[in-house]
Design a protein around this ligand. Structure first.
Ligand code: NAD
Ligand code: KPL
Length: 306
């Protein structure tokens, strides 16, 4: 089964290189003729290990979204805010037997993508792998992790998908409770990421804001219950402090985006949580204040607030 990969940033290149290394058929989809020309000049996807001692190089074929080839398996590996535009560009190539794997962080973009392609099955992912680009189409595999795959619409596990990924050394596991996984991660990201931007600090330095974090935990706990994800709410406060301690020296992904002057995924993290709290009539004043403070911090740095 051939994979198409749309979005050739850190994670798209990481997945593409592993499919190619396992000699599984893979094609890249670049967003426009200029991006395709940039790729064709380099002509390969590269993947280095965390110490950058070993680099694999894979001359994978690339094409435009307008290409006529039908897509049976698509990995959508762009940022959450680009997901609907990207899927619209290839929607004509998908059918009811196609499978689309969505790698986006946060929540909201996955539902928006599925709504645009109602006759195609979307599988959503929650990934704890870490990668970054050193140059275009050259990804560094910075952190081993795991990938949970599941269906928001409770579809059964698609035959062959997990084995296909594992054949390529991509550590995927199917879960029937992906929503719980995504909501739990959303709550943790809502707590940690904005505060690291507002205070421009590492995750570990958030200990100085323990009272606020505990208040936010109480509100997010109530939100997870209101959203009918009680399993995601279990031990939330304890989990949050565990993540802060375990990742103490990390700079959160949102803070890294800000340092790199890149748009953040705010609308799919605190933005999504605030919208849900309004829709579910669950009062979360500290969360709304945090979202507004984050918007102010982004605006002061000349970055989009959505
Ligand atoms: P990235 O910014 O490195 O790559 C995204 C790529 O998508 C870019 O090359 C961009 O040009 C491309 N793109 C955008 N619109 C497109 C379109 N219409 N058609 C084709 N390509 C398009 O992002 P990333 O770090 O790989 O992250 C992807 C998603 O995975 C994000 O939601 C991120 O939060 C999540 N994530 C990333 C990591 C990580 O370590 N990088 C870890 C966990 C989750
Ligand atoms: O997922 C993360 C992120 O930075 O986005 C955490 C868990 C906060 C680790 O840095």
């Amino acid at each position: 089964m051939r994979w198409h990969i749309q979005g050739l940033g850190s994670l798209g290149c990481l997945w593409a290189a592993r499919f190619a290394a396992a000699q599984l058929p893979v094609r890249l989809i670049l967003r426009n003729p200029a991006a395709l020309a940039r790729y064709q000049k380099i002509g390969r996807v590269r993947l280095s290990d965390a110490n950058q001692q070993h680099t694999q190089s894979h001359p994978i074929s690339a094409q435009l979204p307008t290409h006529h080839e039908p897509i049976s398996r698509l990995l959508l590996a762009c940022k959450a805010y680009d997901a609907t535009t990207a899927i619209s560009q290839v929607a004509h190539r998908l059918n009811q037997d196609s499978l689309v794997v969505l790698l986006q962080n946060g929540l909201g973009s996955q539902q928006a993508v599925q709504a645009l392609i109602p006759n195609t099955r979307c599988i959503v992912a929650s990934s704890t792998e870490g990668a970054y680009l050193t140059e275009p189409f050259h990804s560094v595999f910075a952190g081993q992790g795991e990938i949970w795959l599941g269906s928001l619409e409770r579809h059964p596990e698609p035959e062959g998908l997990i084995n296909n990924c594992r054949d390529a050394q991509i550590p995927c596991t199917w879960t029937a409770t992906i929503e719980t996984t995504l909501w739990r991660k959303l709550a943790i990201n809502c707590l940690i990421n904005p505060l690291t931007v507002i205070h421009d600090c590492s995750n570990g330095a958030l200990i100085a804001h323990a009272d606020l974090i505990n208040t936010l935990c109480t509100e997010l706990h109530a939100l997870l219950i209101a959203a009918q994800h009680p399993a995601a709410a279990e031990d939330l406060q304890q989990q949050v402090w565990q993540v802060i301690n375990k990742t103490a020296s990390n700079s959160s992904s949102m803070r890294q985006d800000v340092h790199n002057k890149r748009r953040t995924e705010i609308s799919y993290i605190t933005g999504f949580a605030c919208a849900q709290s309004i829709a579910l009539e669950c009062r979360t004043p500290a969360l709304h204040a945090l979202h507004a403070q984050l918007q102010k911090a982004l605006s002061m740095r000349g970055l989009p607030t959505r």
